[in-house]
Design a protein around this ligand. Structure first.
Ligand code: VGL
Ligand code: ZN
Length: 219
């Protein structure tokens, strides 16, 4: 099978483009409590392209102990099962990204110096937030859409962890906020449980979120 590499050119990136770097944290990398296969491989990919962007935003999953998305918060729930919470079905995860822990800090090799903004999310014990824009109650915003709008950003490129959860929901919300939204797959890795990656790609398709493999350098 021929592989078609879809790329955007680095010259397509303008002062009105932002790079959204989602949850590149130790707990989502090998050795972490919610490790994504190859999660650490996104670091070099992201560092290669962050310099093309005048606006870089990092998100950081930042949960209090006993967060309601943790299986350990329930008497007999297994990680990766699900529960009905006030806002709907919630996947229950191993404890991860606890505020102030090593697991919650960014991968040590990620270039964070280029970031203008760090959005922390998932801080409300009873509401999860996969998206960097809006929490799982689908009401509470982080302010990111307004921040991007105030800076005249019209297009965003999404990278990081995990493709089918936090990157995925961030991209859907970016598109809903009227931003031209592209996911760069070489700089993302997925959890892929129960068809979650295929479901997310279908949702992107319906929402007009574009997928490319990489940013190609142009002179
Ligand atoms: C994430 C599950 C739970 C993610 C965060 O960053 O994709 N996934 N919390
Ligand atoms: Zn989380």
């Amino acid at each position: 099978m021929n592989t078609i590499i879809k790329s955007a050119k680095s010259s397509d990136i303008t002062s009105q483009s932002a790079l959204l770097v989602i949850d590149v944290q130790n707990d989502f990398c090998p050795g972490g409590t919610l490790a994504v296969a190859g999660g650490d491989e996104v670091v070099a990919e992201i560092n290669k392209i962050s310099g093309y962007f005048s606006t870089v935003v990092l998100t950081q999953d930042w949960h209090p102990q006993g967060h309601h998305s943790f299986a350990s918060s329930y008497a007999d729930a297994a990680p990766f099962s699900s529960a009905e919470l006030a806002y709907g079905s919630q996947t229950l995860w191993p404890d991860h990204c606890i505020q102030g822990s090593y697991g919650a800090t960014f991968h040590p090799d990620l270039n964070t110096d280029c970031a203008s903004l760090v959005i922390r999310k998932g801080m409300n014990a009873s509401v999860d937030s996969y998206s960097g824009f809006t929490e799982a109650d689908r009401q509470t915003t982080t302010g990111l859409a307004a921040w991007l709008q105030a800076r005249n950003i019209t297009s965003v490129y999404c990278v990081g962890l995990a493709t089918d959860f936090c990157v995925g929901w961030t991209a859907l919300d970016a598109s809903a906020a009227g931003l031209k939204t592209t996911v760069i797959t070489s700089a993302c890795r997925a959890i892929d449980m129960g068809g979650s990656l295929a479901a997310m790609r279908e949702a992107w398709d319906k929402a007009g979120v574009m997928e490319i493999d990489q940013i190609a350098v142009t002179e």
